[in-house]
Design a protein around this ligand. Structure first.
Ligand SMILES: [Cu+2]
Length: 203
């Protein structure tokens, strides 16, 4: 359940953003502490330079930091969008109090529901059609992608990709009632052979 141990490109982009923001925060914190310590020694000197303190550190510095964070964040968000891909697999995730039900989607057809376990192929883009039967939930598999709200009456699309076969823990990330903490599930990413067997079995 760690966003810093990404299992695919979407989660890796989010982890990179996290490290970028941490590095920025550490640099600014260090700068602030340095100024704080300098304040004890600065009294002896003359009046401070308006150009440096107001224009430089007051306006130019925060503008540069915030604009670069905004641009980087927007680029990451754009990359996480579900863009058209030839081999994309669609699954449906239905949130309810208090479990998740998953089905394979083929056009208008839906496969049998698996409760608490979402089967996907590894190495292929998967679009999760996130829905809800009752209240607002949030579909979250930290090692594979960001969060996506499950809103009654709406279908939200979340693109994820597991680079390697394996088992990835997921949880509901929006308080949805007394059973919220137990509203967990697993994503099982299959290698091609195992995925083919599974697809045969369910069709
Ligand atoms: Cu919940």
């Amino acid at each position: 359940m760690s966003t810093l141990a990404p299992g695919g490109p979407a989660a890796a982009a989010i982890a990179d953003l996290w490290w970028f923001m941490l590095a920025g925060a550490v640099a600014i914190f260090a700068g602030t502490m340095a100024l704080f310590l300098m304040a004890f020694r600065a009294q002896a000197r003359g009046p401070a330079s308006t150009r440096l303190w107001i224009m430089g550190l007051g306006i130019a510095f925060p503008t540069t930091v915030l604009v670069s964070l905004l641009v980087y964040g927007l680029l990451v968000g754009e990359r996480l969008q579900a863009s058209a891909a030839p081999d994309v697999v669609e699954v449906e995730a239905m949130g309810r109090q208090w479990e998740w039900g998953f089905r394979q989607v083929q056009g208008d057809r839906r496969g049998a529901e698996t409760v608490g376990v979402l089967h996907i192929p590894a190495g292929r883009p998967v679009d999760v059609l996130v829905r809800s039967e009752d209240v607002i939930h949030s579909f979250w598999v930290p090692m594979l992608a960001g969060k996506m709200d499950a809103i009654p009456g709406k279908t939200n699309r979340l693109r994820l990709l597991a680079s390697r076969p394996g088992r990835y823990a997921g949880a509901c990330a929006e308080f949805c009632g007394i059973g919220h903490t137990g509203n967990r599930f697993f994503v099982v990413a299959h290698d091609p052979a195992s995925w083919a067997r599974l697809a045969q079995g369910t069709s």
